[in-house]
Design a protein around this ligand. Structure first.
Ligand code: PEP
Length: 246
């Protein structure tokens, strides 16, 4: 299975999202075994769902709270995300870790809450440049993956996103991606047992039309989490085609 997920972050308004869907639908033909998801700002989730559900495109939230309801102004719960027809939720994106103090402890609760609501957690992990230079890449990844210990073995996707490659135009090279994905696969097998072999591991970090085919040819890369380039429907449709023909 291949997976291509658009992370729109805090971009686009209703009309722009609607135009995106219309343009994307023109270029997109679903293919079995290639999953396509869009993670817009939560206020746009229903817009995307209503325009693209018949094409088999699913929606992911970009974050969710682990409590089921209550006095958490500004938050949305996993069951509300599910109720908005999402199939998944991005968790642990480096922007949330860095700017909103998301911790591994909180993420463990979020992964469990998402699975409890039948949402697919897409757990983002990856090292900063300082950590890479200090040769801490594998230990950082190991710690970030440890949130999966004790979590039931429901479906989960993982995205390896070196922080230094996100939004910088600088991608990890094939060797760096291979090393990291191979290490993640081994860790997933240790934590999840046999189920760890089936977890799709996506790469994220400045993926675009020009580099996606090469990235996808790296062993253990099941697809991509795409930020900036996913805001252009033609470019995103093109990347989906790359995944479909890989
Ligand atoms: C991301 O936000 O997850 C991401 C990978 O962004 P970009 O593709 O813009 O680097």
């Amino acid at each position: 299975m291949r997976c291509v997920v658009a992370n729109w972050k805090m971009n686009l308004h209703f009309a722009e999202a609607s135009n995106f869907c219309a343009a994307f639908a023109e270029d997109y033909t679903p293919v079995e075994d290639v999953r396509v998801a869009i993670a817009p700002p939560s206020i746009l989730l229903w817009t995307i769902h209503s325009q693209l559900r018949e094409r088999g495109v699913t929606t992911f939230a970009q974050n969710g709270h682990f409590d089921s309801k209550g006095a958490f102004t500004g938050e949305i719960s996993m069951s509300q995300i599910r109720d908005a027809a999402c199939s998944g939720v991005i968790l642990g994106h480096s922007e949330r870790r860095r700017m909103f103090d998301e911790t591994d402890e909180t993420l463990a609760k979020k992964v469990a809450a998402a699975q409890g609501c039948k949402l697919l957690p897409l757990l983002c992990i990856g090292e900063t440049m300082v950590e890479r230079e200090r040769e801490q890449t594998f230990s950082v990844i190991q710690t970030q993956l440890s949130v999966l210990k004790g979590v039931s073995s429901g479906p989960i996707w993982v995205a390896y996103e070196p922080v230094w490659a996100i939004g910088t135009g600088r991608t990890a090279d094939a060797r760096q991606i291979h090393e990291a994905h191979h290490f993640i696969r081994e860790e997933l097998r240790v934590i999840l047992g046999e189920a760890g072999s089936a977890v799709p591991i996506l790469y994220g970090g400045s993926v675009n039309m020009g580099n996606f085919a090469n990235i996808l040819s790296v062993p253990e890369v099941a697809g991509a989490l795409v930020g900036g380039a996913s805001l252009d429907p033609t470019a995103f449709a093109q990347m989906v085609k790359v995944a479909q023909s890989a």
